[in-house]
Ligand binder design. Structure first.
Ligand code: S3P
Length: 427
């Protein structure tokens, strides 16, 4: 159990290790390329370690050189067969993206995951990848463990994404990179676009849709990348700073990709004092500094179109909404129920443990503000989910009586430095 006392204020400068989504893709594309790639500022997360671990079993050389990661990729269809299970751990991105890659190899493999990942839906990628000719043998519930057999009949696809998901989109792209004929993926609502940017894919905007085209022409070559700081890890510290008195935090070299920094814009609409200073870019990814100051916040209506772009930040935005003026609500987020935990249920249970009046919907929640006294020294549950653990860690740092979180070590899934970083900026 991790206990946090109320802090006085936040002050200082911080820089985060590389963004988790971009780091996964950097490792995957470097391992696919024929030659040596260099990745600076890779994420230190357990999830990205899971991706790297799988590629080591597939014969890739992955070594640290000072602060950089040097990867010798195996080239087109060059991975080595292995009889070991490929363990994606807790990482949905690893399991889903690599499925698109493994179906195109000349050997069979079996993907496994931890207890949480083994319950998460894989049908969403199995369906389009089977349409392309992939041979998948998951459990009867379409979950991991999943055997992937080689196939001689892989063909391109034109696919309209039924849900806005960067993981589904990227799984299809990874398969499409093995075919001469182009595949197209149509998204009605944008989701994070790191795969498109890093592979320099053609993205056409028609009406309100994005049409993404990928083929073997886009197969990755060796590259060098500086991975921008993780804007999703920064979200917790931004919320803490905004909600603390007399506080100012500078965050350097963080991702400013508009599809990831969308929550910063929403916070600004709520009245947040956040200064944005663009600095540079790396492989199409904008990078910059943020200066965040204590603010008086007022809740707003969160538009449905923003939900896919703030999906990982909704738990900590809920903490922000709890402390801001007015009722807080989000809807259209049923996807939150199939993340590392059922995040809607986890948030509702923890908020009720604090004595907050909260209504639960199939796709969201509504916090009703009241004058009722909150419970003292609450004990929250992480539900084994890193973003739930960190959200209630932030809340505990703000509550008069502090608070505790059970099973807090799951924060290592995305940010093993969370506690150390908090200690460095709180006064
Ligand atoms: C991710 C995409 C999102 C996000 C996840 C990482 C990615 O999932 O929730 O943490 O790296 O592509 P979906 O694409 O399923 O929404």
């Amino acid at each position: 159990m991790q206990k946090f006392e109320k802090i006085n204020r936040v002050s200082g400068t911080i820089e985060y290790k590389g963004d988790k989504s971009i780091s996964h893709r950097a490792v995957i594309f470097a391992c696919m390329a024929d030659g040596i790639s260099k990745i600076s500022n890779l994420s230190g997360s357990e999830d990205v370690n899971s991706t790297a671990g799988i590629f080591k079993s597939l014969g890739c050389e992955i070594n640290n050189e000072g602060k950089d990661l040097i990867i010798k990729g195996r080239g087109y269809k060059g991975f080595k067969a292995t009889s070991s299970y490929l363990d994606a751990g807790n990482s949905g991105t690893t399991a889903r993206l690599l499925s698109g890659l493994l179906m195109n190899q000349n050997f069979s493999s079996t993907m496994i995951g931890d207890e949480s990942l083994s319950q998460r839906p894989m049908k969403r990628i199995i369906e389009p990848l089977r349409q392309m000719g992939g041979n998948f043998f998951p459990t009867d519930e379409n979950t991991l463990p999943m055997r992937i057999e080689p196939s001689n009949n892989i063909a391109p696809i034109n696919y309209v994404l039924p849900i806005p998901s960067a993981q589904i989109k990227s799984a299809i792209v990874l398969s499409a990179l093995h075919l001469d004929e182009p595949s197209t993926i149509i998204e009605n609502l944008p989701s994070r676009n790191h795969t498109e940017l890093m592979l320099n894919l053609r993205v056409e905007q028609k009406d309100s849709q994005n049409i993404i085209t990928a083929s073997k022409k886009n197969y990755p070559n060796p590259f060098e990348i500086f991975v921008p700081g993780d804007i999703s890890s920064a979200a917790f510290f931004i919320v803490l700073t905004l909600l603390s008195k007399d506080s100012e935090l500078t965050i350097n070299n963080v991702s400013l990709n508009p599809q990831r920094a969308c929550y910063v814009e929403l916070l600004k609409q709520m009245g947040a004092d956040i200064e944005i200073q663009p600095v540079k870019s790396s492989l199409g990814e904008p990078i910059g500094n943020l200066i965040v100051r204590s603010s008086k916040l007022k809740n707003i209506t969160i538009p449905a179109s923003a939900i896919p772009l703030i999906i990982d930040e909704l738990p900590v935005l809920t903490i922000c909404g709890l402390m801001a003026e007015g009722d807080f609500e989000f809807l259209h987020a049923a996807e939150l129920r199939v993340k590392e935990s059922d995040r809607i249920s986890a948030m509702v249970k923890n908020l009720r443990a604090l004595g907050v009046e909260v209504e639960e919907f199939p796709d969201g929640l509504h916090i009703v503000k009241s004058e009722n006294q909150l419970n003292e020294s609450p004990v929250f549950d992480s539900f084994g989910d890193h973003r739930i653990a960190m959200s209630f860690g932030i809340l505990s740092l703000i509550l008069e009586s502090g608070g505790s979180i059970n099973n807090f070590e799951c924060v290592n899934i995305s940010n093993p430095d969370f506690v150390k970083q908090i200690q460095g900026i709180v006064k």
